[in-house]
Design a protein around this ligand. Structure first.
Ligand code: AHG
Ligand code: MN
Ligand code: MN
Length: 342
């Protein structure tokens, strides 16, 4: 990584160019995707900040493919990303949490070698109450031979991602990304409209301070999950108890735990046998970032990045964050059959 002094101002553009120069074989296409995402993020940030003023709060009539009520800002964010990305010649297809199938590059635009998968607005049910929301994205290289991206290109295991990132629209707007050379965070300076490097080379503490879980599902958890939560809370196993923090916006919960150390859990429950979060739009991109920062991500048994997806909107249980805290989940679930039988 290029070494910047504490006083130098580094825009995201400059940082991406400097990173690219470290790779003589790079064509600049991936850098272009990251610029375009940063532009889309600024447009979404602008809208989110004015949400209460611009009469765009509240639900629309339609439901998305997961049957949830879409918020107007979900649609705005989705369309903003599609429009910012479809004409650059770098992508061959996209997939969004908000759209049922593959989003093709319109005729007349060049197709590139990358696919973009994204959750346009994460935590959108929180927007009405001024709680932070986010955008999550993942980039993989096309593996099929045709001009357009196909389902096979989208359904690659997360370890094949070449870049991933998220934007958090919080008290300030931050973009955090990785291309496999560490994790870097940029804060939007609204007065000049630029993302500036504020968090170079983010590392997650090995052992966390925070536990993020929605424990209103406790009655629906199996015994191993309950036991794991008792361990995290220091009620069993003699560990130092974690403090509970749950925003209900994955990006916000993940971001806090990335900086402060901790674990985010969305376990299997009786109603959601595969958890709730989506493998391709949420778990994979954040797992890539988390591992790059020295953390871990598991579905309780498998490394998230090794899971072979079988459909676009697949859900997955998720344990993500500080390495030792995620390892505790994996160890606890290694004895799951004994405990479930007990
Ligand atoms: P989205 O708004 O993209 O549908 O995601 C909502 C997700 C995630 O952000 C959050 O962690 C989780 O839903 C919260 O779910 P519960 O309300 O079941 O805890
Ligand atoms: Mn989401
Ligand atoms: Mn969403």
């Amino acid at each position: 990584m290029v070494n910047h002094t504490a006083t130098s101002v580094v825009t995201i553009e400059r940082f991406i160019i400097e990173q690219e120069r470290l790779h003589p074989e790079a064509t600049g296409e991936l850098s272009g995707i990251l610029y375009d995402m940063a532009l889309a993020a600024k447009m979404i940030a602008n809208k989110v900040r004015r949400a209460g003023l611009a009469d765009i709060l509240g639900a629309t009539e339609t439901a998305n493919v997961q049957g949830e009520i879409q918020q107007k800002l979900d649609i705005f964010a989705n369309d903003t990303i599609v429009k910012a990305m479809d004409h650059g010649g770098r992508l061959c297809a996209m997939a969004s949490e908000e759209e049922p199938g593959i989003i093709q590059i319109p005729d007349g635009f060049r197709c590139g070698k990358y696919c973009l998968l994204f959750d346009p607005l994460d935590g959108s049910s929180n927007i009405d109450v001024n709680v932070p929301v986010g955008t999550i994205f993942s980039v993989v290289q096309k593996i099929t031979r045709g001009r357009h991206g196909e389902m096979e290109d989208m359904l690659q295991p997360g370890r094949r991602q070449v870049a991933s990132g998220y934007v958090i629209y919080g008290s300030s707007t931050m973009l955090v990304y990785t291309t496999g050379q560490g994790v870097h965070g940029f804060t939007l300076d609204p007065s000049i409209g630029e993302f500036l490097l504020s968090h170079p080379n983010i590392r997650i503490p090995d052992e966390g301070r925070y536990l993020s879980v929605n424990d209103s599902y406790e009655g629906q958890w199996d015994e191993p999950t309950r036991q794991l939560m008792r361990k995290y809370r220091g009620l069993e196993g003699g560990r130092r108890p974690l403090s509970v923090r749950y925003v209900g916006s994955l990006v916000a919960d993940f971001h806090r735990n990335l900086l402060g150390g901790g674990v985010f859990c969305y376990p299997v429950n009786k109603k959601n046998l595969n958890g709730k979060l989506r493998l391709l739009y949420e778990a994979n991109p954040l797992a890539f970032i988390c591992e790059q920062a020295g953390g871990a991500a598991s579905d309780g048994t498998r490394r998230v990045l090794d899971i072979h997806p079988h459909e676009l909107h697949q859900r997955v249980p998720l344990y993500i964050g500080s390495k030792r805290d995620v390892d505790l989940a994996v160890q606890t679930f290694a004895h799951r059959s004994e405990l479930v039988g007990a």
